[in-house]
Design a protein around this ligand. Structure first.
Ligand SMILES: NC(=O)C1=CN([C@@H]2O[C@H](COP(=O)(O)OP(=O)(O)OC[C@H]3O[C@@H](n4cnc5c(N)ncnc54)[C@H](OP(=O)(O)O)[C@@H]3O)[C@@H](O)[C@H]2O)C=CC1
Ligand SMILES: Cc1cn([C@H]2C[C@H](O)[C@@H](COP(=O)(O)OP(=O)(O)O[C@H]3O[C@@H](C)C(=O)[C@@H](O)[C@H]3O)O2)c(=O)[nH]c1=O
Ligand SMILES: [Mg+2]
Length: 298
Protein backbone atom coordinates (compact mmCIF):
# COMPACT_ATOMS: atom_id res chain seq x y z
CA UNK A 1 0.00 0.00 0.00
CA UNK A 2 1.36 3.46 -0.97
CA UNK A 3 0.31 6.21 1.43
CA UNK A 4 0.71 9.94 0.81
CA UNK A 5 0.77 11.84 4.13
CA UNK A 6 0.20 15.61 3.96
CA UNK A 7 0.85 17.92 6.93
CA UNK A 8 3.61 15.68 8.29
CA UNK A 9 4.97 18.28 10.72
CA UNK A 10 1.75 19.04 12.57
CA UNK A 11 0.66 17.54 15.92
CA UNK A 12 -1.30 14.74 14.20
CA UNK A 13 0.93 14.54 11.12
CA UNK A 14 3.99 13.91 13.24
CA UNK A 15 2.34 10.96 15.04
CA UNK A 16 0.99 9.62 11.72
CA UNK A 17 4.56 9.32 10.41
CA UNK A 18 4.96 6.71 13.17
CA UNK A 19 1.55 4.98 13.09
CA UNK A 20 1.27 4.67 9.27
CA UNK A 21 4.77 3.20 8.77
CA UNK A 22 3.75 -0.48 9.26
CA UNK A 23 0.97 -0.16 6.65
CA UNK A 24 3.26 0.25 3.64
CA UNK A 25 5.31 2.86 1.76
CA UNK A 26 4.67 6.31 3.28
CA UNK A 27 5.55 9.47 1.35
CA UNK A 28 5.29 12.29 3.92
CA UNK A 29 5.09 15.93 2.82
CA UNK A 30 5.04 19.22 4.74
CA UNK A 31 4.20 22.69 3.48
CA UNK A 32 7.95 23.21 3.04
CA UNK A 33 8.55 20.07 0.94
CA UNK A 34 10.56 20.86 -2.19
CA UNK A 35 10.75 17.61 -4.15
CA UNK A 36 6.95 17.68 -4.40
CA UNK A 37 4.47 20.50 -3.85
CA UNK A 38 3.28 20.35 -0.25
CA UNK A 39 1.70 23.79 -0.04
CA UNK A 40 -2.10 23.83 0.01
CA UNK A 41 -2.17 27.43 -1.24
CA UNK A 42 -0.86 26.06 -4.56
CA UNK A 43 -3.88 24.01 -5.60
CA UNK A 44 -2.49 23.15 -9.05
CA UNK A 45 0.75 22.02 -7.43
CA UNK A 46 -1.09 19.80 -4.97
CA UNK A 47 -3.20 18.29 -7.78
CA UNK A 48 -0.10 17.51 -9.87
CA UNK A 49 1.75 16.08 -6.85
CA UNK A 50 -1.03 13.66 -5.90
CA UNK A 51 -1.43 12.51 -9.49
CA UNK A 52 2.32 11.98 -9.90
CA UNK A 53 2.66 9.99 -6.67
CA UNK A 54 -0.59 8.05 -7.37
CA UNK A 55 -1.11 6.81 -3.80
CA UNK A 56 -3.59 4.14 -2.70
CA UNK A 57 -4.35 6.21 0.42
CA UNK A 58 -4.11 9.99 0.95
CA UNK A 59 -3.96 11.06 4.61
CA UNK A 60 -4.50 14.78 5.03
CA UNK A 61 -3.29 16.12 8.37
CA UNK A 62 -2.67 19.61 6.98
CA UNK A 63 -4.98 22.44 7.99
CA UNK A 64 -5.15 26.10 8.87
CA UNK A 65 -5.68 25.74 12.62
CA UNK A 66 -5.09 29.31 13.89
CA UNK A 67 -8.69 29.80 15.00
CA UNK A 68 -8.50 33.48 15.95
CA UNK A 69 -6.24 34.54 13.07
CA UNK A 70 -8.63 32.88 10.59
CA UNK A 71 -11.27 35.52 11.38
CA UNK A 72 -9.18 38.08 9.48
CA UNK A 73 -7.56 35.67 7.01
CA UNK A 74 -10.62 33.90 5.63
CA UNK A 75 -9.41 33.40 2.06
CA UNK A 76 -6.21 31.59 3.01
CA UNK A 77 -8.09 29.58 5.62
CA UNK A 78 -10.73 28.56 3.04
CA UNK A 79 -8.09 27.55 0.50
CA UNK A 80 -6.26 25.31 2.96
CA UNK A 81 -9.29 23.89 4.80
CA UNK A 82 -11.87 23.65 2.02
CA UNK A 83 -10.48 24.04 -1.51
CA UNK A 84 -7.38 21.87 -1.08
CA UNK A 85 -9.35 18.96 0.44
CA UNK A 86 -11.70 19.33 -2.55
CA UNK A 87 -8.73 18.90 -4.90
CA UNK A 88 -7.54 15.82 -2.98
CA UNK A 89 -11.06 14.36 -3.11
CA UNK A 90 -11.41 14.90 -6.87
CA UNK A 91 -8.18 13.00 -7.53
CA UNK A 92 -9.18 10.27 -5.06
CA UNK A 93 -12.56 9.91 -6.80
CA UNK A 94 -10.85 9.54 -10.18
CA UNK A 95 -8.13 7.13 -9.05
CA UNK A 96 -10.03 5.10 -6.44
CA UNK A 97 -7.71 6.18 -3.64
CA UNK A 98 -9.01 6.28 -0.06
CA UNK A 99 -8.92 9.83 1.36
CA UNK A 100 -8.45 10.21 5.13
CA UNK A 101 -9.14 13.68 6.52
CA UNK A 102 -9.68 15.40 9.88
CA UNK A 103 -12.37 17.81 10.98
CA UNK A 104 -13.43 19.42 14.22
CA UNK A 105 -16.03 19.91 16.95
CA UNK A 106 -16.02 23.54 15.82
CA UNK A 107 -18.39 22.60 12.96
CA UNK A 108 -21.15 22.57 15.61
CA UNK A 109 -22.93 25.54 17.19
CA UNK A 110 -22.27 24.30 20.73
CA UNK A 111 -25.87 24.62 21.85
CA UNK A 112 -27.34 22.39 24.56
CA UNK A 113 -25.48 19.80 26.58
CA UNK A 114 -26.00 16.55 24.65
CA UNK A 115 -23.01 15.02 22.87
CA UNK A 116 -23.33 15.42 19.07
CA UNK A 117 -23.37 12.32 16.87
CA UNK A 118 -22.35 12.26 13.19
CA UNK A 119 -25.92 12.98 12.01
CA UNK A 120 -26.36 16.08 14.18
CA UNK A 121 -26.99 19.37 12.36
CA UNK A 122 -23.90 21.55 12.10
CA UNK A 123 -23.67 25.31 12.61
CA UNK A 124 -20.09 26.61 12.82
CA UNK A 125 -19.55 29.85 14.78
CA UNK A 126 -16.14 30.74 13.32
CA UNK A 127 -14.35 31.09 10.00
CA UNK A 128 -12.18 28.13 10.96
CA UNK A 129 -15.22 25.96 11.74
CA UNK A 130 -17.01 27.02 8.55
CA UNK A 131 -14.04 26.23 6.33
CA UNK A 132 -13.56 22.85 8.01
CA UNK A 133 -17.24 22.04 7.35
CA UNK A 134 -16.89 23.15 3.73
CA UNK A 135 -13.90 20.82 3.38
CA UNK A 136 -15.91 17.88 4.74
CA UNK A 137 -18.75 18.61 2.34
CA UNK A 138 -16.42 18.89 -0.67
CA UNK A 139 -15.08 15.43 0.16
CA UNK A 140 -18.52 13.86 0.59
CA UNK A 141 -19.77 15.49 -2.66
CA UNK A 142 -16.78 14.18 -4.66
CA UNK A 143 -17.95 10.56 -4.45
CA UNK A 144 -14.48 9.38 -3.35
CA UNK A 145 -14.00 6.74 -0.67
CA UNK A 146 -13.19 8.61 2.55
CA UNK A 147 -12.70 8.49 6.29
CA UNK A 148 -13.31 11.84 7.99
CA UNK A 149 -12.49 11.97 11.70
CA UNK A 150 -14.02 14.88 13.61
CA UNK A 151 -11.91 15.35 16.71
CA UNK A 152 -11.47 17.98 19.44
CA UNK A 153 -8.99 19.82 21.64
CA UNK A 154 -5.97 18.06 20.13
CA UNK A 155 -2.67 18.03 21.98
CA UNK A 156 0.76 16.43 21.53
CA UNK A 157 4.12 16.53 23.27
CA UNK A 158 5.35 18.22 20.11
CA UNK A 159 3.77 21.31 18.57
CA UNK A 160 1.60 24.07 19.98
CA UNK A 161 -1.48 23.44 22.07
CA UNK A 162 -3.55 24.76 24.98
CA UNK A 163 -1.92 22.54 27.61
CA UNK A 164 1.55 23.83 26.77
CA UNK A 165 0.27 27.42 26.73
CA UNK A 166 -1.14 26.86 30.22
CA UNK A 167 2.13 25.35 31.48
CA UNK A 168 4.03 28.38 30.18
CA UNK A 169 1.57 30.89 31.69
CA UNK A 170 1.55 29.01 35.01
CA UNK A 171 5.30 29.52 35.22
CA UNK A 172 5.04 33.22 34.41
CA UNK A 173 1.95 34.45 36.22
CA UNK A 174 0.43 34.20 39.69
CA UNK A 175 -3.13 34.52 38.36
CA UNK A 176 -4.90 32.97 35.38
CA UNK A 177 -8.40 33.34 33.98
CA UNK A 178 -9.73 30.36 32.04
CA UNK A 179 -13.17 29.81 30.52
CA UNK A 180 -15.26 27.22 32.31
CA UNK A 181 -18.36 27.24 30.06
CA UNK A 182 -16.88 25.49 27.01
CA UNK A 183 -17.00 21.70 27.55
CA UNK A 184 -15.18 19.04 25.53
CA UNK A 185 -12.58 16.26 25.59
CA UNK A 186 -8.84 16.86 25.11
CA UNK A 187 -7.70 14.25 22.56
CA UNK A 188 -4.11 13.14 21.98
CA UNK A 189 -2.49 13.20 18.54
CA UNK A 190 -1.06 9.78 19.39
CA UNK A 191 -4.54 8.32 19.90
CA UNK A 192 -5.78 9.92 16.68
CA UNK A 193 -2.83 8.52 14.73
CA UNK A 194 -3.25 5.02 16.16
CA UNK A 195 -7.01 4.95 15.46
CA UNK A 196 -6.33 6.26 11.94
CA UNK A 197 -3.95 3.40 11.11
CA UNK A 198 -6.38 0.82 12.50
CA UNK A 199 -9.30 2.33 10.58
CA UNK A 200 -7.36 2.43 7.29
CA UNK A 201 -6.55 -1.29 7.60
CA UNK A 202 -10.20 -2.12 8.27
CA UNK A 203 -11.61 0.14 5.55
CA UNK A 204 -9.24 -1.19 2.89
CA UNK A 205 -10.70 -4.63 3.65
CA UNK A 206 -14.27 -3.38 4.09
CA UNK A 207 -14.91 -0.26 1.96
CA UNK A 208 -18.42 0.05 3.41
CA UNK A 209 -16.80 1.35 6.60
CA UNK A 210 -16.04 4.59 4.75
CA UNK A 211 -17.72 7.68 6.29
CA UNK A 212 -17.59 10.39 8.94
CA UNK A 213 -16.64 9.44 12.52
CA UNK A 214 -16.37 11.30 15.79
CA UNK A 215 -13.05 10.60 17.47
CA UNK A 216 -12.41 12.08 20.92
CA UNK A 217 -11.14 10.77 24.23
CA UNK A 218 -13.77 9.64 26.72
CA UNK A 219 -15.03 11.89 29.48
CA UNK A 220 -15.34 15.66 29.45
CA UNK A 221 -13.98 18.80 31.05
CA UNK A 222 -13.96 22.54 30.54
CA UNK A 223 -10.89 24.44 29.41
CA UNK A 224 -10.66 25.58 33.05
CA UNK A 225 -10.78 22.00 34.31
CA UNK A 226 -8.21 20.98 31.71
CA UNK A 227 -5.87 23.84 32.68
CA UNK A 228 -6.25 23.03 36.40
CA UNK A 229 -5.49 19.36 35.73
CA UNK A 230 -2.39 20.15 33.67
CA UNK A 231 -1.02 22.64 36.21
CA UNK A 232 -1.72 20.26 39.10
CA UNK A 233 0.15 17.41 37.41
CA UNK A 234 3.06 19.76 36.67
CA UNK A 235 3.16 20.96 40.29
CA UNK A 236 3.15 17.36 41.55
CA UNK A 237 6.00 16.58 39.13
CA UNK A 238 8.02 19.28 40.85
CA UNK A 239 7.76 21.84 38.07
CA UNK A 240 7.96 25.35 39.51
CA UNK A 241 4.55 26.99 38.93
CA UNK A 242 3.79 30.50 40.17
CA UNK A 243 0.01 30.21 40.08
CA UNK A 244 -1.79 28.58 43.01
CA UNK A 245 -4.74 26.37 42.08
CA UNK A 246 -7.20 28.79 43.67
CA UNK A 247 -5.69 31.57 41.51
CA UNK A 248 -6.88 29.88 38.30
CA UNK A 249 -10.12 31.81 37.97
CA UNK A 250 -13.02 30.06 36.22
CA UNK A 251 -14.66 32.64 33.96
CA UNK A 252 -17.41 32.77 31.33
CA UNK A 253 -16.56 33.01 27.63
CA UNK A 254 -17.58 36.67 27.67
CA UNK A 255 -14.76 37.36 30.16
CA UNK A 256 -12.20 36.09 27.66
CA UNK A 257 -13.02 38.01 24.46
CA UNK A 258 -11.41 36.46 21.36
CA UNK A 259 -11.89 37.20 17.64
CA UNK A 260 -13.48 33.77 17.06
CA UNK A 261 -16.51 32.47 18.93
CA UNK A 262 -16.11 28.96 20.28
CA UNK A 263 -18.88 26.40 20.85
CA UNK A 264 -19.86 25.99 24.52
CA UNK A 265 -20.79 22.35 23.99
CA UNK A 266 -18.00 20.48 22.18
CA UNK A 267 -19.09 17.05 23.36
CA UNK A 268 -18.74 14.41 20.61
CA UNK A 269 -20.61 11.09 20.69
CA UNK A 270 -18.05 8.46 19.59
CA UNK A 271 -20.29 5.36 19.68
CA UNK A 272 -20.27 4.94 15.88
CA UNK A 273 -16.46 4.82 15.70
CA UNK A 274 -16.10 2.48 18.68
CA UNK A 275 -18.67 0.07 17.22
CA UNK A 276 -17.43 0.17 13.61
CA UNK A 277 -13.79 -0.41 14.48
CA UNK A 278 -14.20 -2.38 17.76
CA UNK A 279 -12.41 0.26 19.79
CA UNK A 280 -12.65 1.61 23.32
CA UNK A 281 -11.51 5.22 23.59
CA UNK A 282 -9.64 6.03 26.83
CA UNK A 283 -10.52 8.78 29.33
CA UNK A 284 -8.95 12.14 28.41
CA UNK A 285 -6.80 12.29 31.57
CA UNK A 286 -4.78 9.22 30.55
CA UNK A 287 -3.39 10.72 27.39
CA UNK A 288 -2.84 14.15 28.94
CA UNK A 289 -0.90 12.62 31.85
CA UNK A 290 1.22 10.65 29.38
CA UNK A 291 1.96 13.75 27.29
CA UNK A 292 2.87 15.71 30.42
CA UNK A 293 5.21 12.99 31.64
CA UNK A 294 6.92 13.15 28.26
CA UNK A 295 7.45 16.92 28.30
CA UNK A 296 8.05 17.38 32.02
CA UNK A 297 10.70 14.72 32.40
CA UNK A 298 13.04 16.27 29.82
N1 LIG B 1 -5.44 21.30 16.96
C1 LIG B 1 -6.62 20.99 17.41
O1 LIG B 1 -6.96 21.27 18.55
C2 LIG B 1 -7.60 20.28 16.54
C3 LIG B 1 -7.29 19.94 15.23
N2 LIG B 1 -8.23 19.33 14.45
C4 LIG B 1 -7.91 18.96 13.06
O2 LIG B 1 -6.93 17.92 13.08
C5 LIG B 1 -6.02 18.08 12.00
C6 LIG B 1 -4.62 18.17 12.51
O3 LIG B 1 -4.55 19.22 13.42
P1 LIG B 1 -3.17 19.53 14.16
O4 LIG B 1 -2.19 18.41 13.93
O5 LIG B 1 -3.47 19.95 15.54
O6 LIG B 1 -2.68 20.79 13.33
P2 LIG B 1 -1.32 21.59 13.45
O7 LIG B 1 -1.69 23.03 13.48
O8 LIG B 1 -0.47 21.00 14.51
O9 LIG B 1 -0.64 21.24 12.05
C7 LIG B 1 -1.26 21.68 10.91
C8 LIG B 1 -0.34 21.33 9.78
O10 LIG B 1 -0.90 21.87 8.59
C9 LIG B 1 0.14 22.42 7.84
N3 LIG B 1 -0.29 23.55 7.03
C10 LIG B 1 -0.78 24.73 7.43
N4 LIG B 1 -0.95 25.52 6.37
C11 LIG B 1 -0.54 24.81 5.27
C12 LIG B 1 -0.46 25.07 3.89
N5 LIG B 1 -0.78 26.27 3.41
N6 LIG B 1 0.00 24.09 3.09
C13 LIG B 1 0.36 22.88 3.57
N7 LIG B 1 0.32 22.58 4.88
C14 LIG B 1 -0.13 23.54 5.70
C15 LIG B 1 1.17 22.91 8.84
O11 LIG B 1 2.43 22.87 8.21
P3 LIG B 1 3.46 24.07 8.49
O12 LIG B 1 3.69 24.08 9.95
O13 LIG B 1 4.64 23.68 7.67
O14 LIG B 1 2.76 25.31 8.01
C16 LIG B 1 1.06 21.90 9.96
O15 LIG B 1 2.00 20.89 9.82
C17 LIG B 1 -6.52 19.32 11.24
O16 LIG B 1 -7.37 18.91 10.20
C18 LIG B 1 -7.30 20.08 12.29
O17 LIG B 1 -8.29 20.92 11.71
C19 LIG B 1 -9.49 19.02 14.92
C20 LIG B 1 -9.84 19.33 16.22
C21 LIG B 1 -8.89 19.95 17.11
C1 LIG C 1 -4.78 30.94 26.57
C2 LIG C 1 -6.15 30.99 27.18
C3 LIG C 1 -7.24 30.53 26.49
N1 LIG C 1 -8.45 30.57 27.06
C4 LIG C 1 -9.63 30.08 26.36
C5 LIG C 1 -9.80 30.63 24.96
C6 LIG C 1 -10.60 29.56 24.27
O1 LIG C 1 -11.99 29.74 24.52
C7 LIG C 1 -10.16 28.30 24.98
C8 LIG C 1 -9.22 27.50 24.09
O2 LIG C 1 -8.08 28.27 23.84
P1 LIG C 1 -7.23 28.06 22.50
O3 LIG C 1 -7.42 29.23 21.65
O4 LIG C 1 -5.88 27.64 22.92
O5 LIG C 1 -7.90 26.78 21.85
P2 LIG C 1 -8.37 26.69 20.32
O6 LIG C 1 -7.25 27.10 19.43
O7 LIG C 1 -9.69 27.33 20.19
O8 LIG C 1 -8.52 25.11 20.21
C9 LIG C 1 -9.22 24.64 19.10
O9 LIG C 1 -8.28 24.43 18.06
C10 LIG C 1 -8.96 24.07 16.85
C11 LIG C 1 -7.89 23.82 15.78
C12 LIG C 1 -9.92 22.94 17.01
O10 LIG C 1 -10.24 22.26 16.04
C13 LIG C 1 -10.68 22.82 18.29
O11 LIG C 1 -11.10 21.48 18.56
C14 LIG C 1 -9.91 23.35 19.48
O12 LIG C 1 -8.91 22.42 19.90
O13 LIG C 1 -9.48 28.68 26.16
C15 LIG C 1 -8.66 31.07 28.36
O14 LIG C 1 -9.79 31.11 28.86
N2 LIG C 1 -7.58 31.54 29.04
C16 LIG C 1 -6.33 31.52 28.50
O15 LIG C 1 -5.37 31.98 29.18
MG1 LIG D 1 -5.45 27.19 18.88
Amino acid sequence: MKILLLGKNGQVGWELQRSLAPLGEVIALGSDSVQWCGNFLDLAGIDATVRAIAPDVIVNAAAYTAVDKAESDADACATVNAKAPGVLAAVAAETGALLVHYSTDYVFDGSGEAPRDETAPTGPLSVYGSTKLDGEQAIVRSGCQYLIFRTSWVYAARGGNFAKTMLRLAGERDRLSVVADQIGAPTGAELIADVTAHAIRSTRAQPELSGIYHLAAAGETSWHGYASYVIDVARQAGVPVKVANEAIAAVGSEAFPAPAARPKNSRLDTAKLQAAFSLTLPEWQRGVARMLSEILEK
